[in-house]
Design a protein around this ligand. Structure first.
Ligand SMILES: Cc1cc2nc3c(=O)[nH]c(=O)nc-3n(C[C@H](O)[C@H](O)[C@H](O)COP(=O)(O)OP(=O)(O)OC[C@H]3O[C@@H](n4cnc5c(N)ncnc54)[C@H](O)[C@@H]3O)c2cc1C
Length: 394
């Protein structure tokens, strides 16, 4: 493994850093990358994604004919790192860019790609993911939302839940049951639903962070044209899995975890506990060292993944390993920050004596959700043990 960058890559990093410095909107810094509970920020975040796209920094790895720049993984990693280091806002259209876009490139028709991809890139259309249902989360293939093909239309009835960003999304990529009699993985189709269709009700759910980032979505006789089917009829499971692999990569950002850990170190040095900096407490130092070892191990695992990707080796279970390790680490880092701050950790965002603008309690709660979303840690462990280590299924 070669851990150094070429002169060309270093020059590219400088160029990206300069652009970000001049263009990141200060007021939107630190926005959570996945869910956006505050509807007032939607417009400014859409404008931010558009600016980033016009600069050539959105979906850089997509082929040129689909609006990307065919960039290699090192260039993409450099841009991601620099955006995170600058605390730039996340992409409001992340699910479009990272999940449904790559899925359409892989499984969509030329017409579908032409229709949807350009508006995904510019955030003109925002997407949400309609997979989970009450009773069908980890066991996703048991989903029950029904789609009946009548002429050239699907008639959809049922309910989705935990649908992030559905409150302002324009489109949903959705799994529906199209054959109730087939084995459960074989009777599912993958369809795109216009969220303005009559018969859709979106009901926001308030999370413990106080934001309403996800929703319940109800379908009553919703009509969807047959041309919105992606891949083959009843073969949606295959398409769904390719989206899921992209989702795991999106959730497992190792740079964000490294950055959070740096934030924890700064807190330990600046926050006083029993009259001295928390970083001088021998027990806390042990805990910090333990986390640092985990962060470093994760970082080198990510380098190994990067190397494999450069050399064209298949990704295997790496996305699951990243998702498992980084989401759990994020929560453990935030948990130690909360412990260090003691009762200050419970202060609300606008409180006078709040530390670090109140980000830690929000991180503590939000990161817990990411351990569950996109497949829980237990499910990732099952995948790693069965597909990676070849352990028997039970
Ligand atoms: C912040 C957040 C955002 C989300 N956004 C979306 C979204 O946009 N779209 C969407 O479709 N869904 C979304 N989800 C839903 C998410 O995908 C599900 O919560 C997740 O798949 C788990 O399903 P569940 O909640 O039904 O839990 P369950 O599947 O009921 O699991 C309950 C517990 O049992 C364990 N368990 C279940 N099966 C096994 C097994 N086979 N082996 C070992 N342990 C097992 C789980 O690990 C978990 O601890 C989101 C969730 C969160 C938290």
């Amino acid at each position: 493994m070669d851990l150094s960058y070429t002169a060309e890559q270093e020059a590219f990093r400088r160029e990206v850093r300069r652009w970000i410095k001049e263009n990141v909107p200060k007021k939107d810094r630190d926005a959570q990358p996945m869910e956006f509970g505050d509807p007032q920020r939607v417009q400014s975040l859409k404008a931010w994604q558009r600016r980033l796209y016009e600069a050539g920094y959105v979906a850089m790895g997509w082929p040129r004919e689909h609006g990307g720049r065919g960039a290699d993984v090192v260039q993409q990693t450099i841009v991601n790192e620099e955006l995170l280091l600058a605390r730039a806002p996340g992409l409001i259209g992340l699910m479009g860019v990272q999940m449904v876009g790559p899925t359409l490139i892989q499984h969509g028709s030329e017409e579908q790609r032409r229709r949807y991809l350009p508006k995904i890139l510019t955030a003109q259309e925002i997407w949400c993911q309609g997979y989970s249902e009450p009773g069908s989360g980890s066991d996703l293939a048991s989903l029950k939302t029904r789609a009946e093909l009548v002429g050239d239309e699907f008639i959809i009835n049922g309910q989705k839940v935990w649908t992030s960003n559905a409150q302002f999304a324009d489109w949903m990529f959705c799994l529906v049951r199209t054959d109730a009699n087939a084995p459960k993985h074989k009777g599912i189709s993958y369809v795109l639903i216009d969220m303005k269709s009559p018969g859709i009700t979106v009901r926001p759910l308030v999370q413990m962070t106080g934001d309403a980032g996800f929703n319940e979505v109800f379908f009553e006789d919703v009509r969807v044209p047959r041309q919105n089917l992606i891949g083959e009829f009843n073969q949606g499971w295959l398409v769904a899995n390719s989206t899921l692999a992209h989702e795991r990569n999106m959730l497992g950002s190792t740079t964000r975890t490294q950055q959070m850990f740096q934030g924890l170190l700064r807190l330990a040095q600046s926050h006083q506990r029993y009259g001295r900096p928390a970083s001088e407490d021998p027990i806390l130092r042990q805990r910090l060292a333990d986390l640092m070892i985990r962060v470093e191990a994760m970082k080198y695992h990510a380098f190994r993944q990067l190397t494999d990707s450069i050399r064209g080796r298949p990704p295997g279970i790496y996305a699951s390993v990243n998702k498992l390790v980084s989401t759990e680490l994020n929560h453990d880092i935030a948990a130690l920050a909360m412990e260090m701050m003691g009762s200050y950790g419970t202060l609300a965002r606008r409180s006078q004596r709040v530390i670090d603008r109140g980000v830690w309690p929000i991180e503590f709660m939000f990161t817990l959700g990411l351990i569950i979303g996109g497949g829980t840690s237990q499910i990732q462990k099952n995948i790693i043990s069965e597909r990676g280590l070849g352990l028997p299924r039970h």
